[in-house]
Design a protein around this ligand. Structure first.
Ligand SMILES: *[C@@H]1O[C@H](CO)[C@@H](O)[C@H](O)[C@H]1NC(C)=O
Ligand SMILES: *[C@@H]1O[C@H](CO)[C@@H](O)[C@H](O)[C@H]1NC(C)=O
Length: 369
């Protein structure tokens, strides 16, 4: 009691502008200037050189006593996963309708989460997380895509997350969202996927992500920060992982340097962003398929070439495709460049923002159809 009130008066007397960092908030890291103490019941945990975070509990050592790692060698190991609640099984979810779920685990930004369960669910079903575009909603992406309809044929389960932000773009810019178990919107989505694996019998080896525009950027975020959960990602008119980063700004900040295609890095620099997202991770990376239109003026087509640099470096593939062909099922002017089994990049001539969805083909890429 004594030390508690003394702490309070110290804070008041010292006039610290930022006070204490909130649960899941940032509390340290290179370039960080905000509060470095956490609210009661949480502890500042060093996730990597750029990012320390107030996490529930009091287990980890204070970041001030941690060694300062160099930027290219992020501190490890990453913190353990937030606990996944036990919840009702798939049988409790009404079939063939968009159904909201709650209490699916750590969800610091309070994103909405909706599930679509088909009438006939496959044994150990695959899971597809389908993330909407800016100004979209889970409902809009549900009705505007064939992911739910095709679930009736193939028996997979779909999660449609719903952005909590006013412009309803996703948080693809905060340090938290770009860090494994770091918080932000991406942790809410990861928690729902973990919940589905733990409670619904979802096959952990067949968890996939897809999204359009802001949802495509979120798909890159999930692929980069949660490679342990997602086995494949399809990015429809998005950007490279980390391109939208705007440290210290509101979670759904727009990054116009990235959107206009002026964020130009080397493959090694792009890959480093992926590695920094999950220090110490040595497992498999999700296979990736990226689609982009050549006359996209929302997320300029240079982003397609930056994505290619990033993922070919991560997969250690050559920077030029091993095959690049038109596909009979795609419109004229679409080219499918394959760099290796884990990465394909489809460029759509004279297509703007966004490339139309090709859901049936996505299911092939996921190994579902
Ligand atoms: C694939 O070929 C098309 C048509 O020649 C070209 O426009 C596109 O840039 C190529 N894609 C890649 C990734 O090199
Ligand atoms: C691109 O080509 C590869 C190699 O032939 C193929 O496996 C893949 O399905 C094609 N992707 C698309 C989007 O057509």
């Amino acid at each position: 009691m004594f030390s508690f009130s003394r702490t309070l008066s110290f804070v008041a007397l010292a006039g610290l502008v930022a006070g204490q960092a909130a649960e899941w908030g940032q509390c340290g890291g290179i370039g960080f200037t905000g509060a470095t103490t956490c609210v009661a019941g949480t502890t500042c945990v060093t996730l990597n050189a750029y990012y320390s975070q107030c996490q529930p509990g009091a287990a980890a050592p204070a970041p001030t006593s941690a060694p300062q790692p160099s930027p290219t060698q992020p501190a490890g190991p990453a913190p353990s996963n937030p606990s996944t609640p036990t919840g009702p099984g798939l049988s409790s979810i009404p079939a063939s309708t968009l159904h909201q779920i709650t209490n699916f685990g750590a969800n610091p930004n309070n994103i909405g989460m909706f599930v679509y369960k088909p009438a006939r669910v496959a044994a150990n079903p695959p899971l597809i997380v389908a993330s909407h575009y800016c100004s979209g909603t889970a409902q809009a992406y549900f009705t505007g895509s064939k992911f739910a309809q095709l679930a009736e044929t193939y028996g997979y389960v779909v999660l449609f997350p719903n952005s909590p932000h006013s412009g309803t773009c996703w948080d693809v810019s905060s340090d938290a969202t770009l860090t494994h178990n770091g918080g932000g919107d991406s942790l809410g989505i990861a928690s729902a996927a973990r919940f589905a694996i733990a409670n619904w019998g979802v096959d952990a080896n067949r968890v996939f992500a897809v999204g359009t525009s802001s949802g495509a950027m979120m798909t890159s975020v999930l692929a980069g920060a949660y490679p342990d959960i997602f086995k494949a990602g399809i990015v429809d008119s998005g950007v490279a992982f980390g391109c939208f980063a705007v440290p210290g700004q509101p979670d759904d900040s727009w990054n116009s340097q990235c959107s206009t295609g002026e964020m130009i890095l080397t493959g090694q620099q792009w890959a480093q962003k992926v590695y920094n997202a999950f220090p110490g991770y040595t497992g498999a990376r999700p296979k990736m398929q990226v689609w982009h239109g050549t006359i996209d003026t929302t997320l300029y087509p240079q982003n397609f070439w930056e994505e290619i640099k990033q993922w070919t470096t991560v997969f250690n593939y050559p920077s030029t495709p091993i095959s690049n062909v038109s596909e009979p099922y795609l419109p004229n002017g679409y080219s499918n460049a394959t760099f290796g089994p884990m990465f394909q990049a489809i460029l759509a001539q004279n297509v703007g923002h966004t490339v139309p969805l090709f859901e049936q083909q996505y299911l092939q890429f996921f190994g579902i159809a």
